[in-house]
Design a protein. Structure first.
Length: 423
């Protein structure tokens, strides 16, 4: 007898009209909605990317977004959607309407399923939330979810399994649902490897999630590098449009660079601070949510036997949890010689506001002030600590710039800064 590959399947229904489920596998609705859990794709990826004069920090997707599927995955999803609609038409029912927000949520759910332990998958989010909690949706239509895990990556395999399961089939052929999104995720080191989710809604109900095209580091580096020009001694000139309406808190009338259709780079107007050799900036989505920070400028590396002592003053930008913009003052002391190679950094007088930063709405937040000691790393040619890095710019280290990434409570506090030597 040919061995049968086991498959794990569950269905969850929540009909707005009756407020309950229709199968033995139905999970109770969570009476206290909690904020949606972050997608696994929202975790920072590769720490540092350097191309000559552009230094890019961690990239974190905006909350409630997930990376748009690549072409191969999208083809698999399209096949699953078509096969699901065939089950509808066999019963004389109208086909489902594709809903991208539901597909984004289903993709997040498939990723979340891959983190569950054991051989079964459950209708439960990592924070314990019911996936059909109304907090995840906009609208009051009927809601349902089919999930499955399989060692086959075939769309036909998972849809056939749903067809042969009474609960899943009943959901697919229910007249209560008109909209569908399907998600798929492959996890090589997981129990099942292949994870699927279907999210169904009735009426005009959609999810609060969306797809976004991830930032490509090489595109960021090229855009910033192409906009920068340098004199023989490393002085910076930026050839980029200025934005007098910008509300990111990155100075007045900053430089802006388009980055595809969903992201943009905003660079601090370095001349207003009296800087000549470097600047910093943020990469944000079209809603102004900060995703990453960067420094632009040609670094200066002290020669063998060099001795440098200097103090610096400057400014920093950042964000708290991707929901508030932060500005702060920066001071630093450089001690570079045979005995010590350290940079003592202080970020203080931090002010916090919403994503549309205005001085009038900003409030003081002393939690965002910090001090750090960074040590020289000869291999990377920069100063480093567990929570930040910095480089020198201009002959003799006339200026410095860097980035930080710290925790404040249970939220990430990230940013970038620049400073100039003072007498």
């Amino acid at each position: 007898m040919k061995p049968q590959t086991p498959i794990s399947l569950l269905t969850l229904l929540l009909l707005a009209a009756c407020g309950g489920g229709s199968s033995d596998n139905t999970a109770p609705a969570d009476p206290k909605p909690v904020p949606p859990a972050s997608s696994p794709d929202n975790k920072p990826i590769t720490p540092m990317y350097v191309i000559d004069d552009v230094h890019i920090g961690d990239i974190t997707l905006p909350p409630r977004t997930v990376a748009r599927p690549d072409a191969l995955t999208q083809a698999k999803l399209d096949a699953a959607f078509a096969a699901t609609n065939e089950l509808r038409t066999e019963k004389g029912l109208p086909p489902f309407t594709y809903n991208e927000s539901l597909a984004a949520y289903a993709t997040i759910r498939a990723q979340e399923l891959s983190t569950q332990q054991g051989t079964s998958v459950e209708h439960k989010r990592p924070n314990g939330q019911n996936p059909l909690d109304p907090a995840n949706f906009i609208g009051s239509g009927a809601l349902a979810e089919n999930i499955g895990a399989d060692r086959s990556s075939s769309a036909a395999s998972i849809v056939a399994a749903w067809r042969n399961s009474p609960h899943h089939y009943a959901t697919i052929t229910s007249k209560d649902f008109q909209n569908l999104g399907i998600g798929y995720y492959y996890a090589a080191n997981s129990v099942w490897h292949n994870y699927w989710a279907q999210t169904f809604t009735g009426g005009n109900t959609r999810s609060i999630y969306s797809y976004i095209t991830p930032i490509r580091r090489d595109e960021v580096a090229k855009a910033a590098h192409d906009a920068a020009q340098y004199t023989a001694d490393g002085r910076l000139t930026l050839n980029a449009p200025r934005d007098s309406t910008n509300t990111s808190g990155i100075g007045s009338n900053p430089y802006t660079l388009a980055l595809g259709r969903e992201h943009r780079i905003t660079l601090f107007p370095y001349q207003s601070a009296g800087w000549s050799y470097q600047t910093f900036g943020a990469i944000s989505d079209n809603s102004g949510v900060p995703e990453a920070y960067l420094n632009v400028g040609k670094p200066f590396t002290p020669g063998d036997g060099a001795t440098l002592q200097a103090d610096y003053r400057g400014s920093a930008i950042g964000d708290l949890g991707q929901h508030d913009r932060v500005t702060a003052e920066v001071s630093a002391h450089l001690d570079y010689g045979s005995a010590h190679k350290t940079l003592s950094l202080k970020v203080d007088k931090a002010m916090r506001s919403g994503l549309s930063f205005t001085a009038s709405s900003a409030t003081r937040d002393a939690r965002l002030d910090f001090e750090d000691t960074l040590n020289w790393n000869a291999n990377t040619q920069r100063f480093e600590s567990d929570t930040g890095n910095a480089r020198l710019y201009g002959a003799g280290g006339e200026e410095l710039g860097g980035q930080f990434s710290r925790a404040v409570g249970n939220e990430a506090y990230r940013g970038a800064y620049g400073a100039k030597k003072v007498q």
